[in-house]
Design a protein around this ligand. Structure first.
Ligand code: 6GU
Length: 242
């Protein structure tokens, strides 16, 4: 059975959405992964299939009921050990290490919330991972789920050529990528850096490394600090104290 995403959502028509196009879409058509979006609505209660209720303690918005979410989870439960992930701005930040872990396994079950969120008890009781895709608020978890799936699908075996898979390697050493250039050699009064046209591959590698470090230092002091502490630790482990 190929890598399978099971998605619980009130908006199943949002899937595969943009992942039906381009690289992920071709992989979907080729059977390299499956996208199984399930509607939460039929698990709702009463004549209106109600899935939410007012927050205990008062306040704005509505909260998704734990009994409804649990019934939906039970109906799609998988015996392959696929992790269950709830997309929420309250989650821990999603990283490339998480993506690698999800992509390596049998797939994922993604729970998409609307309204103010999901009752905390079902998240605790069913050991659901809570992840966020960034420090901004989306109207629901669906677009975040699409982001997570895009990042996983491109890592599945055979989805991307070996040329592109190196790009992931370069991010996983903790630095942002160097800038890219193509023809023409001069555009709008701006020249491509000479070194890139020099044919000196050692010099090009050195320049790209320096650019990666500069861009990471300038734009992502958090990644830069982590990179520095990693390189310090590994050089000490290799017996080169600094
Ligand atoms: Cl995962 N969900 C929602 N609704 N908003 C978010 C998010 C997730 N990550 C950042 N903002």
């Amino acid at each position: 059975m190929s890598w399978t995403a099971t998605i619980l959502t009130l908006f199943p028509d949002m899937f595969p959405g943009p992942l039906g196009q381009s690289l992920a879409g071709k992989a979907l058509d080729a059977g390299s992964w499956h996208c199984d979006a399930r509607d939460l609505r039929p698990f709702g209660l009463g004549r209106h299939n109600t899935v939410d209720d007012t927050p205990c303690g008062g306040g704005a918005g509505m909260v998704m009921r734990p009994d409804v979410v649990d019934a939906a989870l039970a109906a799609v439960s998988r015996d392959d050990g696929a992790p269950c992930v709830y997309l929420t701005p309250r989650g821990r930040p999603l990283t490339q290490a998480d993506i690698r872990r999800y992509a390596t396994g049998p797939g994922v079950t993604l729970l998409c919330g609307r309204y103010e969120g999901v009752d905390e008890r079902v998240l605790e009781a069913r050991a659901i991972e809570q992840v966020s895709i960034g420090d901004y608020v989306l109207s629901g978890g669906e677009t975040a789920a699409l982001v997570l799936l895009d990042a996983c699908v491109r890592l599945l075996p055979g989805v991307m050529g070996s040329a592109e898979s190196g790009v992931e390697e370069s991010f996983s050493d903790g630095l942002l990528e160097y800038p890219h250039y193509t023809r023409p050699a001069e555009w709008d009064g701006r020249a491509v850096p000479d070194v890139l046209l020099s044919g000196n591959h050692a010099a090009i590698s050195r320049w790209r490394r320096e650019q990666s470090e500069r861009v990471t230092r300038e734009r992502r002091p958090d990644l830069w600090a982590a990179h520095l502490s990693n390189t310090t630790r590994s050089s000490v482990q290799e017996g080169h104290p600094i």
